[in-house]
Design a protein around this ligand. Structure first.
Ligand code: HEM
Length: 147
């Protein structure tokens, strides 16, 4: 899948100046829409977590033209997520909250094309994160298309 890099970069530029607003919306939406993930964050320092999540999104957008860096970093991130108790089925929940938070922050700049670009980018990111995660094959094949 080839990502719409220009649109991802240009639409993320205004988000970079709205870190707190974006992450506040993101976690509010995630916990409201998907309360089942809340226990995973039971012992989490949420302000620190929000900063780390935001930093990882910046890293993704900054490295859209560097697939090797993206692949290496996201595979490691995916492996760490197993230790956090994250399952493949949680990824679409986070993806949905991410898109909704982006749409709120981008207001009128959020168009069907922007939505498609981010939806494809999130699919690629979650595939990379899940591709290194050592889940039982029968679970993983439901979510990841392997070569
Ligand atoms: C695009 C996908 C995702 C990104 C970029 C992302 C990013 C991050 C980052 C940067 C951290 C900080 C710790 C570290 O670097 O290892 C983290 C921790 C965490 N993430 Fe994610 N994440 C993603 C998907 C998910 C999903 C699907 C869930 C499930 C609800 C999840 C739940 C958690 C939890 C529970 C922690 C640990 C919090 C703690 O330290 O207590 N993440 N994530």
């Amino acid at each position: 899948m080839s990502l719409n890099i220009e649109l991802l970069e240009s639409s993320f530029a205004p988000i970079k100046t709205q870190e707190t607003e974006f992450t506040t919306h993101f976690y509010q939406i995630l916990f409201a829409d998907s309360p089942t993930v809340k226990p995973l964050f039971a012992n989490t320092h949420m302000e620190k977590q929000a900063r780390q999540l935001f930093k990882s999104l910046v890293l993704v957008v900054d490295n859209l033209r560097c697939p090797d860096i993206l692949s290496r970093t996201l595979k490691r991130l995916g492996t760490r997520h197993i230790q956090y108790g994250v399952l493949p089925e949680h990824y679409p929940m986070v993806g949905s909250a991410l898109l909704k938070a982006l749409s709120i922050c981008l207001e009128h700049s959020w168009t069907p094309t922007t939505e498609q670009a981010w939806s494809e980018a999130y699919a690629a990111v979650s595939q990379l994160m899940l591709s290194s995660a050592d889940y039982p094959t029968e679970i993983l094949t439901l979510y990841v298309q392997r070569d």
